[in-house]
Design a protein around this ligand. Structure first.
Ligand code: RM4
Ligand code: MN
Ligand code: MN
Length: 433
């Protein structure tokens, strides 16, 4: 039988790092010299990378599925406490995921105070809470089949509003500072829904939720082009989301889920516009080829991820006002070990961030000013094609995390240990996302 070690154990991580350290030191120093020739100080970059964090989606540590089937993974977490344990493994090995985002009622428990305590013991905290009015729960008064906060029936709207307010209450216990509002409301057929009135009902209901927000909280409005509504979704694009945020008030912001756009949409441009409007609230990072595919961040189009981070770093660099977007992952893992996918994605975000940080911004600005198109685009490409892996590994090493998170995770035997103590078939309900 393969041995099992606690992958969060510092001693174990240190032991697996030991044989890799001298190669890393050599690679880091070589990269440092090459960056220095561009006027970039590598230590500054690795400190910034080290300070970067992204929230894990609690629903992402379970195995996902498609509309056709779900194949349960081995040793899936059976409840939110076990989800926390998996998140702690990811954070211990990457040092990049200090927070997680809950989804309610998927993550319901009778004791949220105990959950908070357990999280603190595992060095984890809570980012935005997500409400769920896109499926019916057992014993629910009214059905969301034809919508939730935009439903034509005020009783359904009231129930959905109440649920969101309850999420805020739970979030306050946990120390969250934001509520993410994604609704699946929309229409499958032309004529099914009065397009203008549905949006008006959205604004009125969202205003009720907004009223319940504590002063230091944000409402993150997530848009999505389609699915499950296939003809018209009420908050289908960043225009609707921005209008809603601006109507609701200063605590309302837009959340950009990368997968929620038509293929080929220029997401970095949307980011730039939302930064301008001072309403960029945060991200759900993932990747996609066709639609809301929820694939691992950076797995399909790493250049696009880099271009998004380029906008974020640029906004930081020019001190854009009211700029502090939340970074969260929102992925569904059907054919990989969710822990490995989430670790890989956190690292890919750091990679895009590091690449964006090494863009020679003064030079780029000058090329843009002079309309030197070729040199401007090459300046971006130079940063993107630089292998920043030694910076990422160094940032992890400095924090006591793993130089090679996935290899270390595999060496620990954690998944096999989970499979033994968490029987298959009783896994999380957040299967098909
Ligand atoms: C949606 C959307 C939401 C997520 C659900 C599970 O497509 O991305 O953020 O909460 O899926
Ligand atoms: Mn999302
Ligand atoms: Mn989605």
């Amino acid at each position: 039988m393969k041995k099992t070690v606690d992958p969060t154990d510092r001693g174990f991580i240190g032991d697996t790092n030991a044989p890799l350290q001298s190669t890393l030191a050599a690679e880091y120093s070589m990269l440092g010299q090459s960056l220095q020739r561009r006027g970039v100080r590598i230590d500054e970059i690795s400190q910034l990378v080290s300070a970067f964090g992204v929230a894990l989606p609690s629903w992402g540590v379970g195995t996902g599925g498609t509309r056709f089937a779900r194949f349960p993974g081995e040793g899936e977490p059976r409840n939110v406490f076990e989800k926390l344990e998996d998140c702690a493994v990811i954070h211990s090995l990457t040092g990049a995921t200090p927070t997680l985002s809950l989804h309610l009622p998927w993550d319901k428990t009778d004791d949220f105070a105990a959950l908070k305590e357990k999280a603190a013991a595992l060095r984890l905290a809570f980012d935005a809470v997500n409400s769920n009015t896109f499926q019916d729960q057992a014993h629910q008064r009214a059905s969301y089949k034809y919508g939730s906060i935009t439903h034509t029936d005020p009783a359904v709207r009231a129930q959905a509003i109440e649920h969101n307010i309850d999420c805020i209450r739970i979030g306050r216990i946990l120390g969250s500072k934001a509520l993410t509002l994604w609704i699946s409301d929309g229409a499958n057929f032309p004529g099914q829904q009065h397009l203008a009135r549905a949006f008006e009902r959205y604004l009125a209901s969202a205003a009720e939720i907004y009223k319940a927000l504590p002063d230091d909280w944000r409402l993150l409005i997530e848009h999505k082009m389609y699915e499950p509504a296939f003809y018209a979704t009420v908050i289908q694009d960043w225009g609707s989301s921005l209008m809603a945020a601006q109507t609701l008030g200063p605590k309302a912001f837009c959340l950009v889920d990368l997968g929620h756009h038509a293929p080929n949409v220029n997401i970095e441009m949307i980011v730039a516009r939302l930064v301008h409007a001072q309403r960029l609230g945060g991200f759900h990072f993932n990747d996609s080829k066709y639609g809301d595919d929820d694939l691992d961040a950076g797995s399909i189009d790493p250049f696009r991820l880099f271009l998004i981070f380029n906008e974020l770093v640029d906004a930081q660099w020019r001190k854009a006002p009211d700029f502090s977007p939340a970074h969260m992952l929102d992925q569904s893992h059907n054919v990989t070990d969710p822990i490995e996918s989430l670790m890989g994605s956190a690292v890919e975000l750091q990679r895009a961030y590091a690449q964006a940080l090494i863009v020679e911004r003064d030079l780029l600005g000058q090329y843009q000013q002079d309309n030197d198109v070729l040199m401007a685009t090459q300046t971006l490409k130079r940063a993107f094609t630089t292998d920043v892996s030694p910076i990422l590994a160094r940032a992890r090493l400095d924090k006591g995390a793993a130089i090679d998170p996935i290899a270390t995770y595999r060496a620990s035997g954690y998944r096999a240990a989970c499979a033994a103590k968490r029987p298959t078939g009783t896994g999380s309900r957040s299967g098909i996302v």
